[in-house]
Design a protein around this ligand. Structure first.
Ligand code: SAH
Length: 251
């Protein structure tokens, strides 16, 4: 069996119980060495083989998976955060399917929720936004033009921008155009849940400079929106006068 496992954002305690159990039983682990903490590998049994996918091609990864699978080995493909977000797992799964190789996917804590936890925030505040946009700036990998940052920012939803801190100036310009103002709160979270985590809070006006001052070039999440410190309405879910399926209204 091949198991795609979300390792979580960094701290080894933030993998799921299921993910940890699979690691403990694995014969082979292929991990994304650029972002997954090596400490996860200390939970593997003796003799477990490790491959760092950072230096491998898709074909090489599949070759290892196929060879080990045909020998009846348990293979864990360890992805950072949750594998469904910028994980490039679909192309692996499609090749495995073509070869008739069985696999499963175990989700993980994505870095966008870990980053929101780092600022003790809530993306979906009543009266502010009920939508979270997960996106990235185009870099060497293009983004469809209908999803440009200006257009997305126009919705004024809460935003989690991956893979873009290296171009924060460009991101900020587009966000200002979309939001139509420059005092929108921004939090940049570098290496959420790692020992060297850093949180930088600012607005579209000053965040780029603050990020540059800290020398942050990559491995960071950009969170944008009034959810970071705007005025919100109280939630109806816990409002005494609001009844729902699990609670009667207080008269
Ligand atoms: N599948 C991953 C994302 C992989 S793309 C997930 O769900 O989190 C890699 C990008 O994710 C990085 O460039 C950065 O923007 C973000 N990222 C990953 N781990 C992070 C962390 N611990 N803190 C902040 N951002 C992180």
């Amino acid at each position: 069996m091949i198991s795609f496992v979300g390792a979580g954002p960094g701290d080894v305690d933030l993998i799921t119980v299921r993910g940890r159990r699979l690691l403990e039983k694995a014969d082979v682990v292929i991990y994304a060495g650029s972002l997954v903490s090596r400490d996860h590998l200390t939970f593997c049994k003796e003799g477990c083989k490790f491959y760092d996918s950072a230096s491998m091609t898709l074909e090489e990864v599949i070759e290892v998976m196929e060879r080990e699978y045909r020998q009846g080995k348990r293979v864990v493909r360890l992805h950072t955060g949750d594998p469904s977000i910028y994980g490039a797992i679909k192309e692996q799964m499609d090749l495995l399917e073509e070869k008739g190789i069985e696999f499963e996917v175990v989700p993980g804590v994505s870095s966008f929720t870990a980053s929101c936890a780092a600022i003790k925030g809530e993306f979906t505040l009543p009266g502010i936004s009920q939508t979270v946009i997960i996106t990235r700036l185009e870099g060497r990998t293009p983004v469809p033009s209908s999803e440009s940052l200006e257009l997305l920012a126009f919705h004024k939803a809460s935003m989690a921008i991956f893979l873009s801190v290296g171009s924060i100036e460009r991101a900020v310009e587009k966000l200002k155009q979309g939001y139509g103002r420059s005092d929108v709160p921004v939090a940049v979270v570098y290496k959420a849940t790692w020992e060297d985590e850093k949180v930088i809070i600012g607005t579209l006006d000053d965040i780029a400079q603050k990020v540059r001052d800290q020398g942050i070039e990559n491995f960071a999440m950009i969170l944008v929106g009034d959810f970071i410190n705007g005025k919100y309405e109280r939630s109806r879910l816990y409002d005494p006068s609001f009844a729902h399926g699990f609670r009667r209204a207080v008269k």
